[in-house]
Design a protein around this ligand. Structure first.
Ligand code: DC
Length: 229
C-alpha cells in the first residue's frame, strides 16, 4: 500500500501549523511538525551550553551526536499534542521566540540537518503523513503526492503571531515580532543548505487575505486531485 504524503512548506506564521493539523485530522494521516524537532534540538543544545559554540568543530561533533540521539516524544491527546524532551514536558517552552532563535541557528548547520533526516523520514507511516516544515518537499519527502507552499506577507504573519503570543498571556510589540520574522525569513531563505523555497511542482498559496477555512478549501481541492485513489 502506498504511504501518501502531503507536504506543507512555508515561512513561520503563514498558518502552516494550524492547517497541517486540520489536514491530518481530515485525512486521518500522521503529522510531522518538523519545526518542533528543530526547536527541540535548539533547546537541548542551549541546555548543554552548546548553542553559542556550534562553529567549533569539537562542539559541532558533540552537537551532532546529541541530534542523532535526541530523546523526544510527541504524545497526542484530547487537548492536542504534548511534546517531551528528555522526559520533561516542553510543549510551551519550545514555542517561545528565544527557542525559535535557537532553532533557526541549528537549522542553518548542514551536519545537524543531516542528523535529523532519518528521524523525520520515520514519520511516514500508513495510511499517510502531513509533513509541515521548510524543506519537506525539497529535501525530506521529494516523492510526496501533494506539495503545498503556504506563504503570507511578513506584516500579516507578524499580526497573527502577536495575537497568538498575547493569547498565551505574553506582552509583545508588533515591531519586535516583525523584525524577528524578517530576520528569520532572511536566514531561512539565504542559507546554503535546504533554503526555504517552493518545490518546482509545488502548489503555492498566499494566505495574507484568506481565512483558515478558505485556505483549507483550496488545499483539500488540490490534495484530493493528487492523492492516489
Ligand atoms: O516552523 P518553526 O517556526 O517551528 O521552525 C523553527 C525553525 O526551524 C525555523 O527557523 C526554521 C527551521 N526549520 C527548518 O529549517 N526546516 C524545517 N523543516 C522546519 C523548521
Amino acid at each position: 500500500m502506498t504511504i501518501q504524503i502531503i507536504t506543507i512548506d512555508g515561512p513561520s506564521g503563514s498558518g502552516k501549523g494550524t492547517l497541517a493539523a486540520k489536514l491530518a485530522q481530515h485525512y486521518q494521516f500522521h503529522l510531522l511538525d518538523s519545526g518542533a524537532i528543530y526547536r527541540l534540538l535548539g533547546l537541548s543544545l542551549h541546555q548543554r551550553e552548546l548553542i553559542e559554540v556550534l562553529d567549533q568543530p569539537t562542539e559541532l561533533e558533540q552537537s551532532t551526536n546529541i541530534a542523532t540521539n535526541l530523546d523526544i516524544k510527541f504524545v497526542s491527546g484530547a487537548e492536542g499534542t504534548r511534546i517531551y524532551l528528555d522526559g520533561a514536558d516542553v510543549t510551551e517552552t519550545i514555542r517561545t521566540e528565544r527557542v525559535g532563535e535557537f532553532a533557526s541557528k541549528v537549522a542553518a548547520i548542514p551536519a545537524l540537518r543531516s542528523a535529523l533526516f532519518d528521524r523525520q523520514r520515520a514519520f511516514a507511516q500508513a495510511p499517510g503523513l502531513v509533513a509541515d516544515g521548510r524543506d519537506m518537499a525539497t529535501s525530506i519527502f521529494p516523492e510526496a503526492q501533494a506539495k503545498i507552499y503556504l506563504t503570507a506577507s511578513a506584516e500579516s504573519r507578524a499580526e497573527r503571531r502577536v495575537k497568538q503570543l498575547q493569547g498565551m498571556g505574553l506582552d509583545v510589540k508588533i515591531s519586535d515580532i516583525l523584525t524577528n520574522i524578517q530576520a528569520r525569513d532572511k536566514r531561512d531563505m539565504e542559507r546554503t543548505v535546504a533554503p526555504l523555497k517552493p518545490a518546482q511542482d509545488a502548489y503555492i498559496i498566499d494566505s495574507s487575505a484568506l481565512n483558515i477555512d478558505e485556505v483549507f478549501k483550496l488545499m483539500t481541492d488540490y490534495i484530493d486531485s493528487q492523492l492516489v485513489k
